[in-house]
Design a protein around this ligand. Sequence first.
Ligand code: 5RP
Length: 257
Amino acid sequence: MSSKNLVETAKELAAFSAVEKHVTKDIRVLGVGSGSTVVYAINKLKELLEKGQLSPDLVCIPTSFQSRGLIVDAGLRLGDLDENPDIDITIDGADEVDSKLNAIKGGGAAHLREKVVASASKRLILIADYRKDSAVLGEQWTKGVPVEVTPFAYKAVERKITELHHKNSFQGASASSAAFEFTNPVVILRPAVNKAGPVVTDNGNFVFDVKLGKIHDPASVETVLKMIPGVVEVGIFSNMAEEAWFGKEDGTAYCRS
Ligand code: 5RP
């Protein structure tokens, strides 16, 4: 099997395992994440729906335009946060998950809604292939931390982020401890797929990919970036996930909690 197919099989296994374990008949409100691994979760949900193994009242809350389409196409019932502010469980993908289940998300530029939905959920379960399982954030995922920014402020925010110093910008950091590996962040405005200007999120904003090297203190980095005026959301999800499922190359899946 090609390595691409191994990765897709691994994603599918992680997604199927998480849905089978967690989306039982007593789940009434389900948050649905975004990305290519979530497509497999939706496939499993569709199968369970057709077998009558889901709650007849199940409502799915999307985290992006993509996830909305997946829910509708699968024949699942679409809901919104206004009517369903208490979500039983959310299943979502991740770009990287560290040993404490902190995660980087936003590879698909959907991390604002993903974080809102995760925060409204009693439980957040992550699904990914083996390449995303890390000891430390930034080790495997070298594209950087996605930071959604309002277009009006993007130049000002770029400057503020570039000026952050890994040792003196962070509460509790000392001369001997750095919140992240690089001395200063490297900030890249994410281009649109057709390269004609920056990518624009579902919320009409831009996204920076902020390269920091290894992230030693995810919670502090998340907070410091989020505090910059003009930043809408940061793709570090610290202390949010309860469990992460990873599909492996050998056709099995394992879970960390
Ligand atoms: C989108 C996300 C995705 O969940 C994350 O990028 C993982 O995507 P994939 O399952 O395609 O690897 O955070 O904003």
